[in-house]
Design a binder for this molecule. Sequence first.
Ligand SMILES: [Zn+2]
Length: 353
Amino acid sequence: MVSTLHRLAIALLLLPLFAAGCTSTQQFPSVSDQSASENAASTTEKLDVVATVLPMYLFTKAVAGDAANVEILIKPGTEVHEYQSTPQDVQAIAQADVIVENGLGLEEFLDSTIENAQNSNLIIIDASEDINPVGEIGDVVYPAGEDAEHAEDNAGGETHADSDAHANDDAHAANDTHTHAENPHVWLDPILAIQQVENIRDGLIAVDPSNKTTYEANAAAYIQELQNLDQQFQTTLQSFSDRTFITFHDAFPYLAKRYNLDQKAIVAIPEDSLTPGDVQKTVEAVKQFNVTALFSEPGVDNKLLSSLSQDLNLQVKTLDSLESGALEPQYYFTVMQQNLRTLEEAFKGGSSN
Ligand SMILES: [Zn+2]
């Protein structure tokens, strides 16, 4: 009895291996129709992988190539930090084999979504596994109109226990200025990006060992590009003695730490209900930091920024946090090289003044 079961188990394991090269969905002889169709579905078809946010999609697609189907959950153009799951997300997760998430608190919304999807076979790959998160770097400057609750949170970072409560708060949705207990933006440091790619590679190999060599080769090529990018950042930025900056989205502490950039403060920029007094108070608060560069995000244009720019006599330049953009693995390098040029121009302008 035992040996019969044993042989049957081996037969079930081996059959899909022989069928892996076939493109048609074959039926395997088996103990029951149900298990036969489940086996066929899980082995002759490509792995269905859902990546949560753009950088996770780019890294996963780079590693998977054509060996797996990779979809993105939070479509480009959607606010990442205050995201709320849709019924389509639940369905996508219900049908996926694997979900790749950035981790470090970025995908808090996923817990209930995964629960609702009731997919007991789902494998979760945490791309930030074994990465040490940084806390906050520098001060946070809030315009007077912002609630005092934030000012008190500066030191420890916000735990986000109340994230559902203000998910519909327009000011928050439009401009995420939240400081997370763990800053999730690790993908903006090319060296930590390598670690994320390795985590994704190892996770995919564990689930789909038949494509091990493909995942390894794809990951190696992408990691080589990330190493080259790191070299470019190091070479370009080391010549500037003054690398002070202020940003409006707490997305760059890992990049700053890696290349010895000095982020003096993070400025909260609500678009709504900002009085001239608020603007003036913020300008005064920021003036004292005496920085070389002001970095905003793509698509942000408001009167607080233009006032800051005028009063500090500094141009506001755009750093892209890669939370939105093209669904193409090379897009990471396009944006990061643009970010490097922006940093270079900003610090160059600073030292000649
Ligand atoms: Zn962000």
